[in-house]
Design a protein around this ligand. Structure first.
Ligand SMILES: [Zn+2]
Ligand SMILES: [Zn+2]
Length: 330
C-alpha cells in the first residue's frame, strides 16, 4: 500500500510503498477514505512529543471502510478511528472510567500506525460509527478536532460566555456546538488576523479579536486551543472569579510566570488529556443532531507535508484532510 512515513522526527514524511497491514484478533482492516490532520501530528513530526514509534504512519482521525477482520462491523461499514487506540482496562484510571488517563494507553498515529495510508488496522472496540450525513472528508475532523474540542467544552463547565483562543480546526467545531447550546462565544486569534476573525463570526461568535488583548467583557471560561503558553496568563485575566482556563492541546510552549493575584479568586487552569469512548459517542450524537458544519481543505495523501506546513504556518481555514483514493490508484 501507499503510506506517508515518518522515518525520524524533524524530517519530512516520505511517500513509500509498504506491506499491507494485517489485522490481529479483534482488529478491523480498513480502506482509508480520509484522514484529517491534527496539530498533534505536527507535534509528533516536529519532535515536541518525544516517543513515537518509528518508522511511523501518522494520522489519528481516520474514516475508513471495513474490508475485513473483527466481529463488530460488517464489511463495507464506514467507521472512524480516533487517537485513543487501546487501553489496559486494569489500571486505576481505566477501572475508574477514566480511560483517557490510562497508564498504558496506546495512541493511533503515535504508538500504532495511523491513517496517512491506503489501509489501516484498528482495535474494533475503539472505533466509532460515523453519522451517515457527513461525507468522508467532513467526518474525519470530528474524530479529534471535534471530539477533544467537545471534551474541552464539557470541562469548561456551564460557562455562558466562553472564549476560544486559537480559532482552528477544533474551535470552529466547538464554536458551533457552544452556540447551539445557547452560549456566547468569543473567538481569540492572532492580532490582525481579520480573515479568521470573520470566519469565527460567520460561525456564530459574538466577538472575535486579538486573544492577547481579550474581549471587552469578562468571560466565564476560556479554552486555549493554540499551543501557545503565552496565552494562559492573559486568559486568566479575562475570566471572572471561579472561572477556568482549559488548555486543550497535547503540547504547549512554556507558560510565562505571572502574579498569583491573577489566579486568586478560585480561578482554575487545567489541561484536557485524550478522550474516552463515551466522549466520542456523546459528541458524535451531538454533531449528528446539530448538525455541525465542518470546513475542510483537502489534500491528496502524497501532499501530507504540504498540509502539515499549512497547519504549521496558520494558513488553514478549518481542518486539513488527506483524501485517499486507493481504489483508483490500485
Ligand atoms: Zn489502563
Ligand atoms: Zn488530534
Amino acid at each position: 500500500m501507499r503510506a506517508m512515513v515518518l522515518g525520524a522526527q524533524r524530517t519530512p514524511l516520505r511517500a513509500a510503498e509498504v506491506a499491507d497491514p494485517e489485522p490481529a484478533a479483534g482488529q478491523v482492516l480498513l480502506r482509508v477514505r480520509a484522514c484529517a490532520v491534527c496539530r498533534t501530528d505536527l507535534h509528533i513530526v516536529d519532535g515536541d512529543l518525544a516517543r513515537p514509534k518509528l518508522p511511523l504512519v501518522p494520522g489519528h482521525q481516520i474514516v475508513g471502510e471495513v474490508v475485513g477482520g473483527g466481529e463488530r462491523f460488517e464489511p463495507g461499514t464506514r467507521v472512524g478511528v480516533p487517537w485513543l487506540g487501546w487501553t489496559c482496562g486494569e489500571c486505576r484510571f481505566c477501572v475508574a472510567g477514566q480511560e483517557n488517563l490510562c497508564d498504558r494507553a496506546r495512541f493511533t498515529g503515535y504508538d500504532l500506525d495511523g491513517g496517512y495510508a491506503d489501509l489501516a488496522v484498528a482495535d474494533e472496540r475503539y472505533c466509532f460509527s460515523i453519522p451517515t450525513d457527513y461525507p468522508d472528508e467532513q467526518a474525519a475532523p470530528l474524530l479529534c478536532a471535534g471530539l477533544i474540542g467537545y471534551r474541552s467544552l464539557r470541562l469548561a463547565g456551564d460557562a455562558e460566555r466562553i472564549g476560544l483562543y486559537g480559532f482552528g480546526a477544533s474551535a470552529h467545531i466547538v464554536c458551533q456546538v457552544a452556540v447551539a447550546q445557547g452560549r456566547a462565544v468569543f473567538g481569540g486569534t492572532r492580532a490582525g488576523d481579520a480573515e479568521t476573525q470573520e470566519f469565527a463570526r460567520s460561525l456564530g461568535a459574538t466577538w472575535a479579536g486579538d486573544a492577547l488583548a481579550g474581549p471587552p467583557v469578562e468571560l466565564d471560561a476560556v479554552i486555549v486551543f493554540a499551543p501557545v503558553g503565552e496565552l494562559v496568563p492573559p486568559a486568566l485575566r479575562h475570566v471572572r472569579k471561579g472561572g477556568s482556563v482549559v488548555c486543550a492541546g497535547i503540547h504547549m510552549s512554556d507558560i510565562p510566570a505571572f502574579p498569583y493575584d491573577w489566579l486568586w479568586g478560585e480561578r482554575m487552569i487545567r489541561s484536557v488529556t485524550n478522550l474516552t469512548r463515551a466522549d466520542g459517542e456523546e459528541f458524535l450524537a451531538h454533531a449528528r443532531a446539530s448538525p455541525v458544519r465542518v470546513e475542510v481543505e483537502t489534500f491528496p495523501l502524497e501532499e501530507a507535508n504540504v498540509a502539515l506546513a499549512r497547519l504549521r504556518s496558520g494558513a488553514l481555514r478549518g481542518a486539513a484532510v488527506l483524501v485517499c483514493d486507493a481504489t483508483s490508484e490500485r
